[in-house]
Design a protein around this ligand. Structure first.
Ligand SMILES: [Zn+2]
Length: 504
């Protein structure tokens, strides 16, 4: 068909076809169906129409109006899609592009939803006047037809028209100008809040849906963050009273959203593990009241999509595990998590023994799971080169002091500390074979050191030509006979005797 009208912002596809009839002067609905779809049996669907591919074909390529664009911008799909699993979204979009035969309504949950479909089409009179001023003609805005919505966020209460859906107008696309106003809904604060949240969903179409797991975690986190908890559990009763006080009992009843007090009420189910999709109206009202009026549905969708499923699963598993363990098991788990099984066993041998007796399989399993990785050997350092340099420095030092009787005892620590990088050398001796050999060879034993001290004192007596007495020699060398080994005593005996001989 030539000159098929381009849709206005938020205009229903239904409305575009109705305008086509007006533009073409086509008064017969069947004839209109035939010229648009080449099919006289198409039903004039307002919310999720099918055969959208055929409508997209009416437009020149330059307008870039694909079937998916039309579905996103000119049907009610944006309020259903974000709450359906991604694979189902894809199927519904395919049915809408082509034939649906009711499948789109079934799969999107509209048929089974607690949210009542509107029987007639609604409109905002003030918006219509704005359309006339801005575009020169009026059209049906898709947002007026959303179930539960009965208020324009800008102008207030919507009006009911005489255009009944699925009635006598089943195959007719009726222009908004041909409709008559037959009544209106009273505007309430709750209607206004709800409409605003719905309008936001149309403004920012969320292209991916959170999984059931993400929704489960999202609601749990939201309930806990807002203190709807009783210890570790969600307080469903508190959630229900907050929900009713936020939205009002009358409004909820009227919209069929009042949750029952039973354990299987929809509000309880949405705060538990998600096993099925919930409707946009259930999500919108629950999120708004749980967040105490702070979070929009679009923000909630973004937050749910950001939840890392694997991380949440692990967290839930650990919490579940901790709850079923004994005091000993919990204690062991925290020790093992912090220090590894080996150190935990050294620190708490009695606890280990008890668990070994009572929970053997569990213990083996936990230890295996938390075994620390072996300490990796750092190969970046050229240990061989470092060994040569340090060994040479050690040898130089030993040669410098080997004739000096006054140096302190040549222990391993003393020798290593003469090097520039003593801490590294001391820690890595296992990687330094040359240094180890030198240290082994030149380290002085206690006996050797005591003998050196005696020798030093003896030589000083000889040099000063003094009479050598055993007790003076011991005092000068800072030694006591009590702490001397047999070898040193023998040496002492010898030098004292020799000294006497020498002196006499
Ligand atoms: Zn309005």
């Amino acid at each position: 068909m030539l000159g098929f009208p381009t849709p206005y912002p938020n205009e229903l596809l239904y409305s575009v076809i109705a305008r086509t009839g007006v533009h073409e002067g086509e008064t017969s609905p069947k004839q209109l169906l035939n010229s648009v779809f080449a099919n006289k049996k198409v039903i004039a669907t307002v919310d999720l129409p099918s055969h959208v591919g055929r409508i997209a074909d009416q437009y020149p390529k330059s307008l870039s109006l694909s079937a998916l664009d039309l579905i996103e911008k000119h049907t009610l799909w944006p309020i259903y899609a974000p709450f359906l699993p991604n694979d189902r979204r894809k199927s519904v979009e395919e049915w809408m592009c082509d034939r649906s035969q009711g499948a789109a309504h079934l799969a999107s949950g509209i048929v089974a939803s607690r949210v009542l479909a509107k029987r007639v089409m609604l409109m905002c009179h003030c918006c219509l006047q704005q359309h006339e001023q801005e575009y020169g003609e009026a059209f049906w805005d898709r947002r007026w037809q959303v179930p539960v919505v009965d208020c324009c966020p800008i102008h207030g209460a919507l009006s009911e028209t005489d255009i009944r859906k699925n009635g006598e107008h089943r195959h007719a696309y009726v222009s908004v100008l041909q409709s008559k106003i037959v009544g209106s809904h009273p505007e309430t604060e709750s209607s206004k809040r709800f409409s605003e949240l719905v309008y936001q969903l149309f403004d920012s179409f969320v292209k991916s849906s959170p999984s059931y797991q993400q929704w489960t975690s999202f609601y749990r986190n939201l309930a806990f963050a807002n203190n709807f908890r009783n210890g570790k559990r969600i307080d469903h009763q508190l959630i229900r009273s907050q929900f009713i006080s936020y939205w009002g009992k009358d409004w909820l009843k009227k919209k069929n959203l009042l949750p029952s007090t039973s354990d299987t009420s929809w509000l309880r189910s949405i705060c538990r593990k998600h096993r099925k999709a919930f409707s946009f109206a259930e999500h919108i009202t629950a999120i708004r009241s749980l967040s105490q009026g702070q979070m929009s549905t679009v923000q909630a969708l973004e937050r749910a999509l950001n939840i890392n499923e694997r991380c949440e699963k692990k967290k839930a598993k650990i919490i579940a595990e901790i709850n079923t363990l004994t005091v000993d098991q919990n204690k062991w788990l925290s020790l093992v998590l912090e220090y590894g099984p080996k150190s935990a066993r050294n620190a708490q041998p009695a606890l280990y023994a008890r668990l070994y007796r009572n929970n053997h399989d569990w213990l083996v399993n936990v230890d295996k799971k938390h075994k620390l990785p072996p300490v990796s050997v750092n190969r970046r350092v050229e240990w061989s080169a470092r060994d040569s340099v340090a060994a040479r420095a050690l040898l130089d030092f030993v040669r410098r002091v080997e004739n000096d009787l006054s140096v302190p005892r040549l222990t391993q620590t003393f020798l290593v500390h003469q090097l520039n990088n003593s801490a590294t050398i001391e820690k890595n001796l296992c990687r330094l074979p040359r240094c180890t050999a030198i240290l082994k060879r030149y380290t002085e034993s206690v006996d050797e050191y005591q003998i050196r001290r005696l020798t030093r004192a003896y030589i000083s007596f000889i040099e000063s030509n003094t009479m050598i007495k055993e007790w003076v020699l011991l005092r000068k060398s800072g030694l006591s006979e009590v702490r001397m080994s047999k070898v040193v005593k023998e040496f002492l005996g010898e030098i004292v005797r020799d000294g006497k001989q020498c002196k006499i």
